[in-house]
Design a protein around this ligand. Structure first.
Ligand SMILES: Cc1ncc(COP(=O)(O)O)c(C=O)c1O
Ligand SMILES: N[C@@H](CCCC[NH3+])C(=O)O
Length: 420
C-alpha cells in the first residue's frame, strides 16, 4: 500500500492533502508518513522470523529527532558514525546499549563518550583505531565491546561513491589482516571481542554481493573459532536498496532468508550467532517525499526549465550522484500540456537540479514532489547560498506534526560573530 497516493486528482500524504501541508508549512517541505516508516521497521523485524536478530537503524540516512524517537519506541537499535549522532539518539530517548558505532575516524572524545554511556559495540575499522579504543578504555577503567568491520573485497554493483566493500575503499580492515587483528585484540585487557561486521555499500539491488561477503567471512569465522575466539553477533550491514524508478531490490525477508541459508553450515558447527542489520535507506527513503513549488517555467530555444524553490542544498542526491528520483505533480493537471522539463533550483550552480528531462504537466505556482526523499536528502542538506534549511512534518493518519521548523534568516548566522 502506498501512503502517498492520488485521491480525486490530488496527492495525499496518508489522509492529508500535500497542497494543504504546503499552504500551512510553506515550501520546500519534507513530508514523512508514520505508517510507512513503521511498516518498514516491521518488515525488518519480521524478516528474522523469531530468530536472534537486531535491527540497528543507520542514523545518517535521516537523523530528525522525532523520527529517531519514533524508531526507538519500536525497540530497535541504532548504527551511528559520530558523537553528534550518539548525542541525537540519546536526546531522542534511545537506549545506548543498542547502539553500534561505525566509522573510520572515531576521535578520542567520541570513543570516551560512547564508553561512558555504554554502547553495544564499536565496529573497529583499523589497527590504529583498535589501539586508540584500548587506550581510552584503559584510561576510563572500562572494557570496550568491539567488532571488526571487515572489508571483504566484493563488488556491490552500485554507484562508486556509495560502494564501500572494495579494497580500494577506505572502509574496514582487509580480510587478509583480520585474523591477526582479532588475535591482537584478544590479548588486550580493555577490549572484549563481541562480533564481526561488514557493510559493502548502499542502494544494493541484489542479494548476491551479501552472499559473496558472507562466504568470505564464514571461512574467517571458522579460523577465529579454531583460534579460540568466539563471537556473539555477525553484523551484515545495511545497504538494501529501494525503488526510485524501475529497481526491484530484494525485500528484507528475502535477504535474511538467503543469509541464514548461507550461514546454516557455519551455525551447525559454531552455534547460531545473533544477526545484526544496519538499514538506513530501506527504512526511511520511501517514507518521505520532498514538496516544492514551481516559481517559473522558461523555454530557452526549445529547452524547457521548471524553476523551483528547492535547491541542491535541500536535496543534493541528483547533483552528487546523478541519482534519479521520481518527480510528480501534486495535482494531476490533465488540461495542462505535457512537456519535457529540466527541474532546476535557484542555487548558482549548473549542477543544481532535482531532475532532468522529465515529462510533466506544470504551470508556475504548481507544486511538485520528489519521491523516495526520506533518506539522505534532509540529512545531507546545507545552507549553501544562504538558504535556510527546510521544515519537516510527520503525517500520522489525519494528524500532522511539525518535526523541524523552517530556519529563519537569523538562524543562518546564529553561530557567527561580528568583529569586536
Ligand atoms: C556502516 C554503515 N552502516 C549502514 C549504512 C546504511 O546504509 P543504507 O542506508 O544503504 O542502508 C551505511 C551507509 O551506507 C554505513 O556506512
Ligand atoms: N548518501 C548516499 C548514501 C550514503 C551511504 C552512507 N554510507 C545516498 O544518498 O545515496
Amino acid at each position: 500500500m502506498d501512503f502517498f497516493s492520488y485521491k480525486n486528482g490530488e496527492l495525499y500524504a496518508e489522509e492529508v492533502p500535500v497542497k494543504q501541508l504546503a499552504q500551512t508549512y510553506g515550501t520546500p517541505l519534507y513530508v514523512y508518513s508514520k505508517a510507512t516508516l513503521l511498516r518498514h521497521v516491521e518488515a525488518f523485524k519480521n524478516a528474522f522470523a523469531g530468530r536472534n536478530g537486531l535491527v540497528c537503524y543507520a542514523v545518517k540516512a535521516n537523523s530528525n529527532l522525532a523520527l529517531l524517537q519514533l524508531l526507538s519506541q519500536q525497540d530497535i537499535g541504532f548504527d551511528i558514525v559520530s558523537g553528534g549522532e550518539l548525542a541525537r539518539v540519546i536526546a531522542a530517548g534511545a537506549n545506548p546499549s543498542k547502539v553500534i558505532f561505525s566509522g573510520v575516524g572515531k576521535t578520542e572524545e567520541e570513543i570516551a563518550m560512547a564508553l561512558e554511556v555504554g554502547i553495544l559495540c564499536f565496529n573497529v575499522e583499523s589497527s590504529m583505531e583498535l589501539d586508540r579504543i584500548n587506550t581510552v578504555a584503559q584510561r576510563l577503567g572500562k572494557v570496550a565491546p568491539i567488532s571488526f568491520r571487515i572489508n571483504p573485497n566484493v563488488d556491490a554493483n552500485t554507484h562508486p561513491y556509495i560502494s564501500t566493500g572494495l579494497r580500494e575503499n577506505k572502509f574496514g580492515i582487509p580480510v587478509e589482516h583480520a585474523l591477526d587483528e582479532y588475535l591482537r585484540a584478544s590479548k588486550m585487557e580493555h577490549v572484549k571481542i563481541v562480533g564481526l561486521d561488514f557493510h559493502i555499500g548502499s542502494q544494493l539491488t541484489e542479494i548476491s554481493p551479501y552472499i559473496d561477503a558472507i562466504k568470505t567471512l564464514k571461512s574467517l569465522i571458522r579460523k577465529l573459532y579454531a583460534a579460540g575466539i568466539r563471537l556473539h553477533h555477525l553484523d551484515i550491514g545495511g545497504g538494501l536498496g529501494v525503488t526510485y524508478s524501475v529497481e526491484a531490490p530484494p525485500l528484507p525477508n528475502e535477504l535474511l532468508n538467503a543469509a541464514y541459508a548461507e550461514l546454516q553450515d557455519l551455525f551447525e558447527d559454531v552455534g547460531e550467532l545473533q544477526i545484526v542489520v544496519e538499514p538506513g535507506r530501506s527504512i526511511v527513503a520511501n517514507a518521505g517525499i520532498f514538496a516544492y513549488k514551481v516559481e517559473f517555467t522558461k523555454d530557452n530555444l526549445g529547452k524547457n526549465f521548471a524553476i523551483v524553490d528547492a535547491g541542491m542544498n535541500d536535496n543534493i542526491r541528483p547533483s552528487l550522484y546523478q541519482a534519479f528520483m521520481n518527480i510528480i505533480t501534486v495535482e494531476e493537471n490533465p488540461d495542462t500540456e505535457l512537456k519535457l522539463y529540466d527541474v532546476v533550483g535557484p542555487v548558482c550552480e549548473t549542477g543544481d537540479f532535482q531532475g532532468k528531462n522529465r515529462q510533466l504537466r506544470v504551470r508556475p505556482g504548481d507544486l511538485l514532489v520528489t519521491r523516495g526523499a526520506g533518506a539522505y536528502c534532509s540529512a545531507m542538506g546545507s545552507q549553501y547560498n544562504s538558504r535556510p534549511k527546510c521544515a519537516e512534518v510527520l503525517v500520522d493518519g489525519d494528524k500532522v506534526h511539525l518535526i523541524r521548523e523552517r530556519e529563519t534568516y537569523e538562524d543562518l548566522w546564529a553561530k557567527e560573530k561580528l568583529l569586536g
